[in-house]
Design a protein around this ligand. Structure first.
Ligand code: TMP
Length: 225
């Protein structure tokens, strides 16, 4: 039994990848499809997804916490995750809902761990504290060249300033891509790499087929009456 099945009856799907990979668009497209079949689907994100976690998101992504260093930022991501898991994810899974989450623990492993060089023991400990038994049934890694992703992200935010991590250089973003692909290679049972350089409809089809391959066909919900 997967961890989220143990935590409830729902299914927990995470989307991961570098900047501009289209995770949030794809999270919403997947949720629309799941809902069209009569199932409840909660779309959420990290950092964020609950009131305390959204407040922490602002502190982290504004760069206000950056002078504290990568270890302290990791603690803040974990604090946000504790609230998000408790307030949003676990209750939804317990109701039997699908939860589609834009970023989760793999982002910490990659941004703070692989790139931020935070002690792997600290990353693991905080992951266990914050996520506990709440582990994804499926993680979709949206993969595309770093340059393409950064150009998309810049076009999306138009005149707004890049956030704390988007503002890092190209080598950092290429490192992110490699680190996400390393996770996918090391956990092939949980992770599926999706080519995110394709157009949104094609990516959505690839995601749907990965979801059905891993979780079984998404059938219309039987009428309870
Ligand atoms: P996004 O929601 O626009 O993707 O922005 C979230 C940013 O936060 C993104 O640059 C990745 C970063 N992040 C981490 O560094 N560690 C984490 O654990 C999470 C969830 C996000």
């Amino acid at each position: 039994m997967s961890a989220s099945r143990a935590a409830g009856r729902g299914r927990f799907i995470t989307l991961e990848g570098g900047e501009g990979a289209g995770k949030s668009t794809q999270a919403h497209l997947l949720a629309e499809h799941i809902r069209s079949l009569g199932h409840e689907c909660v779309v959420t994100r990290e950092p964020g997804g609950s009131s305390v976690a959204e407040a922490l998101r602002e502190a982290i992504l504004s760069g206000v916490a950056a002078p504290l260093g990568p270890s302290a930022e990791t603690v803040l991501f974990a604090a946000a995750r504790i609230d998000h898991v408790a307030q949003t994810i676990l209750p939804a899974l317990a109701r039997g809902a699908f939860v589609v989450c834009d970023r989760f623990t793999d982002s910490t492993r990659v941004y703070q761990g692989a790139l931020g060089k935070v002690d792997p023991a600290l990353i693991r400990t905080l992951e266990d504290i914050a996520a506990g038994q709440c582990r994804p049934d499926l993680t979709l890694i949206l993969d595309l060249p770093a340059k393409t992703g950064l150009a998309r992200a810049a076009a999306r935010r138009a005149q707004q300033a890049a956030d704390r991590f988007e503002a890092e250089g190209l080598a950092f973003h290429e490192g992110l891509r490699t680190a996400f692909l390393d996770i996918a290679a090391s956990e092939p049972g949980r992770c599926k790499v999706v080519d995110a350089a394709k157009g949104p409809d094609e990516v959505a089809r690839a995601i749907l087929s990965a979801v059905e391959a891993r979780l079984g066909p998404l059938a219309a919900k039987a009428d309870a009456s």
